[in-house]
Design a protein around this ligand. Sequence first.
Ligand code: ADP
Ligand code: ASP
Ligand code: MG
Length: 445
Amino acid sequence: MSQLTVAKFGGTSVADAHAMERCAAILEQNPDTRLAVLSASSGVTNILVALASGEHQPDARATLLQQLTEIQQGILNSLEKPETLTRHIEDILVYIKELADSAAISPTHALHDEIVAQGELMSTRLFVELLRRRGTPAVWFDVRKVMRTDDKFSRATPDLARLQAEVEKELQPLFANELVVTQGFIGSAQDGRTTTLGRGGSDFSAALLGEALGAKAIQIWTDVPGIYTTDPRLVSEARPISEITFSEASEMATFGAKVLHPATLQPAVRQQIPVFVGSSKDPAAGGTWIRNHTNSQPLFRALALRRNQVLLTLTNQSMFQVHGFLAEVFGILAKHKISVDLITTSVISVSLTLDSGAESLTDEVRAELDKHCHLQVEENLTLVALIGNRMSEVNGVGTQVFKALSEINIRMICYGASAHNLCFLVPEDDANQVLNDLHTELLPS
Ligand code: ADP
Ligand code: ASP
Ligand code: MG
């Protein structure tokens, strides 16, 4: 393991020059941090996604481009408009306009990623300039040289062996004299076209780079001082957790805690690299350390939620004592690459949840399933996950949870498959209340 730390700064952390100054100060105070991985400035990716959709009329497109220009110009103005960089950013803005015009005629997945990636390409250029102005030697690095992926645009999968080899060749030598600033979220396919790793993917990029470098720590700097007992925007009583295990934090991320991209901890776990989550607005406030072992392992640790879940119930009256029904059904879902989350079964039916939205149940999928069973699709549901330790081994967990939810119509419950979670589906409209009630009951301060 090297002595190097990787720091990732999210969208709000690099929203404007003022926010970027705080990130620069964090880096300057941590000389072991040799690699900074940046998101696009807050709001930029949303604008680029809208432009890439090609759905907008010329007027709406012009408004989006104007908003984008204002964000970039705001930062350039604070940097006193250095000539070369200003020209470079303006060229990128022209390039985005051309790509957006093409997307309006014929949007493609590849074009989408090329457009969306420009946000990270601009924020990193601006940040390097800001660091240099502060007297901190920094070099810009195009992560697409090392983050080689497949060509599943919008959801590309990095090639880990290639990443390791390219990092050693291309990135390692740069650390000797300067701080390296690179992009999260983006990569390149084997043929060189730009890809992206999925929304919120900069956390994952930082963790992958940390793994490839054998980093001693990965820092995720965001807008909250750590991982909270639940989303502080939804529950005012939520409070930061000082340390949490990889397993618990992974469950939180998987079940919707937006503070970490769901895949972030996989590389960290593989290499046992501790991950720190803190606020770039207030680094002195401390944060959360995610590690293999923690001093305390409470029964109830946190709550997370994931909206827009689809509940699919498949019923076959003749399923009773018949072999192979589940295999048939899952075979069809697998063939169409529909990934299933929670599952419960009864004698003649199986219920399962999909995170991919009802659109993934195309006419073709429905027709194939129809041959084997009756199909019921329910939408507007939210999955709530209670995360903790030894939950399947301790008496009375169910009683405590359901006491807090006596007024709610719970559509599905999954308990026991993991000692770290208890999940259930509730109507979308009840989700916030459920979260608050459970927090008061199970996670009192
Ligand atoms: P960044 O742009 O830095 O990646 P994100 O918006 O992706 O930041 O993630 C930070 C946000 O995650 C917080 O502002 C908070 O609203 C949300 N969040 C959801 N669940 C949690 C949680 N358990 N702890 C902290 N933040 C959470
Ligand atoms: N900029 C990308 C997004 O908004 C990636 C990230 O911020 O992690 O999804
Ligand atoms: Mg994020």
